[in-house]
Design a protein around this ligand. Structure first.
Ligand SMILES: O=C(O)CCC(=O)C(=O)O
Length: 287
């Protein structure tokens, strides 16, 4: 994991700095840019949520050494389902739809004794509204999986899973970077909101887009061909060059496999789920 220390240093110098576990926006950071379209990870992302996507945001958290914390039992982040209120209305039965896929890069050793880690409750993305409302009564330690994973591990996950973050009690830093992928027609969150002159919205950052590949431009929320942003074209692309991830996906279909059903209008998202079956953790030396 070359570059993590540099990532932390760079972000500590920025106005959006946090050294206390509060996420900072890192999309334009060179490390984040490399992870945004990492060749070992992007195929899984596209397999799970299709090619009509961009990044909602890319956040980096750095938590300082915390041995001897005053409240060792307190979760670093409480239990929650991401965007529960915002997404629940998209299904009639109140289960949470698949709108967002998160990719977590664990950039410190989460297997170290006392080190914090993400805690998840497998299967909770399928819970009914009633189950989600009553988890405080039903949650048992046996249902919780702590992601005690070594440095360099990657987790792809549905952020509608019930999750939290364990207390950080180790004498080392915690480093975690995650990218959230959403359909292009869903607006980004932090990306625009935290833009400053020093950290422009990547989708409007001309020099950054000029040195990015077409696929990276799409993932940054811009048009793949560098054309001007226009809301309608997040729904109805003018031509294929605005949406290069589709071509990228087509070129990577398994040889001899069934043709991918992309939908009939060209605007849809289809899923193969050949590679990705609900969740995956693997170890990748992203160097
Ligand atoms: O830091 C983590 O492990 C998870 C972060 C998280 O829960 C969130 O961003 O919703």
């Amino acid at each position: 994991m070359r570059g993590v220390e540099a990532l932390r240093q760079r972000n500590q110098q920025s106005a959006q700095t946090s050294t206390d576990g509060v996420p900072i926006v890192a999309e334009a950071d060179p490390t984040c840019l490399e992870l945004l379209d990492h060749p070992r990870v992007l195929p899984y992302v596209v397999d799970a949520v299709g090619w009509n996507i961009h990044a909602r945001d890319c956040l980096f958290t750095a938590q300082p050494p915390r041995s001897g914390a005053a409240t060792p039992g307190r979760l670093a982040l409480p239990w929650h389902h991401d965007q529960e209120e915002e997404f629940t209305g998209l299904t009639q039965d109140g289960t949470m739809p698949l709108v967002e896929l998160k990719v977590s890069y664990y950039l410190s050793d989460h297997a170290e004794a006392g080190h914090t880690c993400t805690l998840v409750v497998p299967g909770s993305h399928r819970w009914s509204a009633e189950q989600r409302a009553s988890w405080e009564r039903t949650l048992r330690p046996a249902l919780v999986v702590p992601l005690r994973v070594p440095l360099g591990s990657v987790m792809l996950w549905r952020s509608s899973l019930l999750h939290s973050v364990a207390p950080h009690l180790a004498g080392s830093w915690r480093h975690h970077l995650f990218v959230s992928y959403i359909p292009r027609w869903v607006r980004p969150s932090h990306r625009g909101n935290f833009s400053t002159a020093g950290h422009p919205d990547p989708a409007r950052n001309g020099p950054l887009l000029a040195r990015s590949s077409p696929v990276r431009r799409q993932l940054l929320g811009a048009m793949g061909d560098g054309s001007a942003l226009e809301a309608s074209q997040f729904w109805f692309p003018r031509d294929a060059a605005q949406l290069p991830l589709k071509q990228w996906a087509q070129e990577r279909l398994p040889a001899g496999g069934a043709p991918m059903r992309w939908g009939t209008t060209g605007y849809g998202v289809s899923f193969s789920r050949v590679l990705f079956a609900g969740g995956a953790v693997f170890h990748s030396r992203c160097e």
